[in-house]
Ligand binder design. Structure first.
Ligand code: SF4
Length: 379
């Protein structure tokens, strides 16, 4: 899709220091880096900072980063740290990391050794979902808020938090409309464009993003459906690596469209909202602990995860599922193993991919997707 808003979203999704961030910095704005929405971005927004999702976009290798990690670390981790060492994140005024996995947390340890690094907080997210874990999480978030106040020299009041909650809820409502359009028999927007829209939310000032997304939704409502797309296979994408728009385009380069995904900054980010009633810090904690979809990082959540995937497949009328993991990513490897069995029992066509963050075999990838689509024809 071509439009002014889409061009801006694509630029934000396919670069690191994009023109929206540059304009924000020129106006004296602060930028806080974080790793996708497991970190409560509302607290960063309330502190007046632009919350920027850190990723490895644009890197072609890991020459510098390789000296800091075991070669068994996933390529997303190494590529992201390469961009840090190459100075691509010098514009950050602060950075917060969390314990997604042992690979990601090493970014924090290594970043601390870099002179003038922006790291100021590390959040330990509990692996369990019980009352004790809720109590622990609350303490972590209170501590994170305090550190953010110190870092940016502000006192974050309840009113500031409430304003941030309303702003981020508006983003969720607007983005949900994009996913609603994907339920149509002929969706007006591709999966790659959808991911660019979702990723751009983590890479530009939030007010500006919401205004652009409103413009785009208006344009989409006036667009005539492309009927040639009617017979495309409707796919669900699960896994890592979705922050490379070219990767998503490759998956869709034949007769298929990614209708919906199960990524942290994608569909997971639009499910549910933060309550605007009550103590705002508590409602943020409730949302991040209870409302957001559970992940494989959390123990005892398998049934919930499978029920949710089954519901997504039904709601979006999915024909098949592509899962992808980065080599060395044990979390997604176990998830792929479990899901393969689940899809087999549920009679849902499924393709499992193993890829590297820097795509080096687009032709091979296309061949595998083509073969998968052909087997779906035979079913
Ligand atoms: S891709 Fe897997 S191993 Fe790498 S940071 Fe993400 S969860 Fe961790």
């Amino acid at each position: 899709m071509r439009s002014k808003a889409m061009d801006i979203f694509k630029e934000a999704a396919s670069t690191i220091y994009n023109s929206e961030v540059a304009a924000w910095k020129e106006r004296g704005g602060k930028v806080a880096g974080y790793f996708y929405p497991a970190v409560p971005e509302e607290i960063l927004t309330a502190a007046g900072a632009l919350a920027f999702g850190i990723r490895g976009t644009g890197s072609t290798g890991t020459e510098l980063a390789d000296a800091h990690f075991l070669h068994l670390s996933c390529s997303s981790t190494r590529v992201t740290f390469e961009q840090i060492l190459q100075g691509e994140y010098k514009f950050l005024d602060g950075a917060v990391v969390f314990n997604q996995c042992d690979h990601l947390r090493r970014i924090y340890d290594n970043w601390l050794t870099v002179p003038e690094n922006p790291c100021y907080a590390f959040i330990y997210l509990p692996k369990k979902c019980d009352a004790l874990a809720r109590e622990f999480f609350e303490k972590e978030i209170i501590q994170f808020k305090k550190k953010t106040e110190e870092k940016f020299g502000v006192v974050i009041t309840d009113d500031m938090l409430k304003e941030a909650i309303v702003l981020h809820n508006e983003t969720r409502q607007l983005q949900r409309k994009i996913y609603e359009l994907k339920k149509l028999p002929v969706p007006p927007i591709s999966g790659a464009d959808t991911m660019a829209i979702m990723l751009a939310a983590t890479a530009m000032p939030r007010y500006r993003y919401n205004e652009l997304l409103k413009e785009m939704l208006l344009e989409l409502s006036e667009q005539k459906p492309d009927l040639s797309a009617e017979n495309k296979k409707r796919l669900l994408y699960i896994g890592s690596h979705a922050d490379d728009i070219k990767f998503m385009e490759t998956l869709e380069s034949q007769d298929a469209i990614i209708i919906v995904d199960d990524t942290s900054f994608g569909y997971k980010a639009v499910e549910g909202e933060i309550s605007t009633k009550g103590d705002p810090l508590q409602t943020i904690i409730e949302y991040y602990f209870y409302t957001r979809a559970v992940t494989q990082r959390q123990f005892g959540t398998l049934d919930k995860r499978l029920d949710r995937i089954a519901e997504i497949i039904k709601t979006f009328r999915i024909d098949g599922v592509i899962t992808a993991r980065l080599t060395e990513c044990d979390q997604i490897a176990f998830e792929q193993f479990i899901l393969t069995d689940f899809f087999k029992k549920s009679n849902i066509p499924n393709l499992n991919l193993e890829v590297e963050y820097v795509l080096d075999s687009v032709g091979q990838l296309k061949t595998r997707v083509q073969a998968f689509l052909e087997t779906m024809e035979e079913v």
